[in-house]
Design a protein around this ligand. Structure first.
Ligand code: PPS
Length: 291
């Protein structure tokens, strides 16, 4: 795969890193046969994927921490669109619900999902913070191009021409299916503000109620400080040719509102205007205020 490090895969008009996605792997994702017991985590990149992968693994671990402590997040909750998916899927514990992840848009997976009662957990994050986190990640991940400047990166994000496409289309596409699919929306901000309450909400949705001791165990193993030190979630197992964390950590800051340290007042104004135009008719409610 090393020769695909800088390959760009265009899928449904969206640029994806060819290092992790191929036409075959994308086809496998779109024709996947979901089971009613599956749990699908859906995110636009940098919205809290790894955090919720960890929480989902912990909710279903029944107090047995071995996988959480020893298996990387990408093998516990594999990405459906990635080349490694078929192999990782075959390694999942057949006695537990299959926990799956995707960054793909709703148009790609909705037809397959509609055939099942699969529970979908959509995690959204303030797009200003998503943008900042993604900007830094582009500098770390060698399978993504180095951003030329923050301003150019912001313009691409607003136009939706960057990797993984438009944040606006992703969120509106998936959340427009809330009536059709068995879906729960949670936000990165909610996880920050009330981690225990959000975990409870998740476990109720997943029909996997937790006792107070289980909740405590989950809280302990999904904190930013714990995850930053854990090699199976901080991506230190990945070769520096793929992710060079001397350029910035994968678990970078883990805070709400870091965009304020990056945006100029002009950039903020530009962002707000596009956000208003694209989101005003969406009817969606989020914990952030933009514009
Ligand atoms: S990816 O590449 O799409 O899987 O990235 P993703 O995991 O969605 O997003 C990475 C950001 O999530 C932050 N993160 C956390 N924040 C708080 N607490 C915990 N436990 C946690 N785990 C991951 C991570 O630091 C990235 O955000 P930034 O703003 O860059 O720090």
């Amino acid at each position: 795969m090393a020769e695909r490090m800088h390959t760009v895969e265009v899928f449904e008009g969206v640029r994806l890193p060819g290092f992790i996605c191929t036409p075959e792997s994308l086809q496998t994702a779109c024709s996947f046969q979901f089971q009613d017991s599956d749990v699908l985590l859906v995110t636009f990149p940098k919205s809290g994927t790894t955090w919720v992968q960890q929480v989902l693994s912990l909710i279903f671990c029944e107090g047995h921490l071995w996988p959480v402590l020893h298996l990387p997040n990408w093998s516990r909750v594999p990405w459906m669109e990635q080349v490694s998916f078929s192999h990782l899927l075959s390694q999942l514990d057949p006695t537990r619900p299959r926990l799956l992840t995707t960054h793909l848009r709703a148009t790609a997976l909705a037809p397959a999902l509609r055939k099942s009662k699969t529970r979908v957990v959509y995690v959204a994050r303030n797009p200003k913070d998503v943008l900042v986190s993604f900007y830094h990640f582009h500098r770390v991940a060698n399978f993504l191009p180095d951003p030329s400047s923050f301003e150019d990166f912001l313009d691409e994000f607003l136009k939706g021409t960057g990797f993984f496409g438009s944040w606006f289309d992703h969120v509106k596409g998936w959340l427009g299916l809330q009536q059709d699919l068995n879906m729960l929306l949670i936000t990165y901000e909610e996880l920050h503000q009330d981690l225990r309450g959000t975990i409870r909400k998740l476990s109720n949705f997943l029909q996997h109620p937790l006792g107070p001791a289980e909740e405590d165990l989950i809280l302990e193993h999904c904190s930013f400080s714990f995850m930053s030190q854990s090699s199976v979630v901080n991506y230190s197992l990945v070769s520096t040719h793929i992710m060079d964390q001397s350029r910035g950590k994968f678990l970078r800051k883990g805070v709400v509102g870091d965009w304020r340290e990056h945006f100029t007042p002009e950039q903020d104004e530009k962002f707000n205007a596009v956000y208003q135009a694209k989101m005003k008719d969406s009817g969606l409610q989020f914990p952030w205020t933009i514009g």
